[in-house]
Design a protein. Structure first.
Length: 154
């Protein structure tokens, strides 16, 4: 697995431990990680607290600019419509994706926001050897359903 995707997966594992949907992201500039984040929607009670959004926010603060030209984003799960739009607006160069999201993904699964005709084109690539990116999501939701079923039986 790509070393940057491994770092994004470490972020996803942090989210998993916190009971958050396990998605992680890192932003890379000139071969160095400058920002990292994981989902925090449940802990912050903010619908915007997706891994990609938080990571982009950190990178913007670090660079003191909203323009992230030439930077790459590694994310463990295909971005949703909100995150895909934010990726375009922040001018990320390329997104590397670990797993498809067949229900909500907007980089090829449900639709492809990154392919629409906008002033900034974002390249993207699905990494082939990221089975752990999809398995952590599957495990999380399996356990969540199991716990809900257990609580319903009480």
């Amino acid at each position: 697995m790509n070393k940057y995707m491994m770092e994004a997966l470490k972020e996803a594992k942090k989210a998993y431990i916190k009971g958050e949907v396990p998605i992680g992201a890192v932003i890379v500039k000139d071969g160095k990680i400058i920002a990292r984040a994981h989902n925090l929607r449940e802990s912050k009670n903010i619908s915007l607290a997706h891994a990609e959004i938080l990571c982009i926010e950190k990178a913007c603060k670090k660079l003191n600019s909203w323009r992230l030209d030439g930077l790459d984003l590694y994310v463990t799960l295909e971005p949703c419509p909100m995150c895909a739009g934010t990726i375009i607006q922040s001018r990320i160069r390329k997104v590397y994706i670990g797993a498809k999201d067949l229900k909500n993904g907007c980089v090829g699964s449900v639709t492809n926001i990154l392919d629409i005709n906008t002033t900034h084109k974002v390249e993207y690539e699905y990494l082939e050897d990221c089975e752990e990116c999809s398995s952590i999501i599957t495990k999380f939701f399996r356990e969540l359903r199991k716990n809900k079923q257990y609580k319903n039986e009480l």
